[in-house]
Design a protein. Structure first.
Length: 134
């Protein structure tokens, strides 16, 4: 895995923790294909392009007073894919209830930016999508 890929993950995590949408979308290809199956109960949603991902991000942030994400594992895979395990801790606005979530992503990196990203609730599914084994 390249140092640039690790840096890209760090930038995404830091932008998320700062609630900085400009820094977040700067890590994405203009025509990014962003799939999220973690934050929606009705199944995966796909967002195409930076503006759509920015809207997704703002909806994810909206119910939380505080949201902190940490990259717990980063593994480079073939064909520009990057497997990342993420831990998220958030405290609800108003309720103050703390929530913790662990999920996995596979990102396809092209020209130093995230061109495609899929999120998974199951580690085995994410490993398979990344072309990796346990």
């Amino acid at each position: 895995m390249s140092q640039r890929s690790e840096e890209l993950v760090r930038q995404v995590v830091e932008a998320t923790n700062r609630k900085d949408p400009e820094a977040f979308v700067a890590t994405l290809s203009p025509d990014v294909d962003w799939e999220d199956a973690v934050f929606w109960t009705e199944g995966p949603r796909i967002f195409r392009g930076r503006a759509a991902v920015r809207g997704w991000l703002e909806r994810v942030w909206e119910p939380w007073e505080d949201l902190q994400m940490e990259a717990q594992e980063i593994v480079g895979a073939s064909n520009g894919r990057l497997f990342v395990e993420l831990g998220l801790t958030a405290r609800g606005k108003g309720s103050g209830v703390e929530t913790q979530l662990r999920f996995w992503t596979v990102s396809w990196i092209a020209d130093g930016r995230i061109a495609k990203r899929r999120a998974f609730r199951d580690r085995a599914d994410a490993l398979k999508a990344a072309g990796l084994r346990e």
